[in-house]
Design a protein. Structure first.
Length: 159
């Protein structure tokens, strides 16, 4: 299923589920103007095609011990797969790393680090990041506040 295969109803379904993944099918169908059976068929088709990859609870970081967000630009020493693949595996195993992106530009990777506070980040920085042999350089950027949460790709606004 290609992006061009999505019609206006598919986009509305995605937008509604993105706002509230716990929305019962009956309510979803009503919001998008379908009866329940066709709506459920469309949701299943969107899941099977990979447009919907899961349903998640959005947790409040401060109340869950993750009140500090730090973005870390990482340069690796070498770009050979024998060095970067272990680094990528390392990021997957670190609970402090909420997300890791391979990027282009000044850095090779951008890490989204979520920890309790500055002391916890310092501990992660000195005890983990700076000791990782694959890392050549890092730059830390502390988020002051979230202007727009990382959820919500505005599926309803897709072309």
């Amino acid at each position: 299923m290609a992006d061009s295969d999505l019609d206006a109803l598919d986009r509305r379904i995605l937008a509604e589920l993105e706002k509230d993944g716990r929305l019962p099918n009956s309510e979803l169908a009503q919001r998008v103007g379908l009866s329940e059976s066709p709506c459920l068929r469309r949701v299943r088709r969107l899941e099977q095609a990979g447009y919907i990859t899961g349903y998640h609870a959005h947790l409040e970081p401060r109340l869950n011990g993750r009140g500090l967000t730090v973005f870390v630009g990482v340069k690796v020493r070498r770009h050979a797969s024998e060095e970067v693949l272990p680094f990528e595996d390392w990021t997957r195993g670190r609970p402090e790393v909420a997300a890791c992106f391979l990027i282009s530009g000044e850095f090779d990777y951008l890490l989204h680090v979520a920890v309790q506070d500055l002391a916890a980040y310092e501990s992660f920085l000195t005890g983990q990041l700076l000791r990782n042999p694959a890392i050549a350089d890092i730059r830390s950027m502390i988020a002051v506040r979230s202007v727009k949460a990382p959820f919500g790709l505005a599926a309803g606004a897709l072309p």
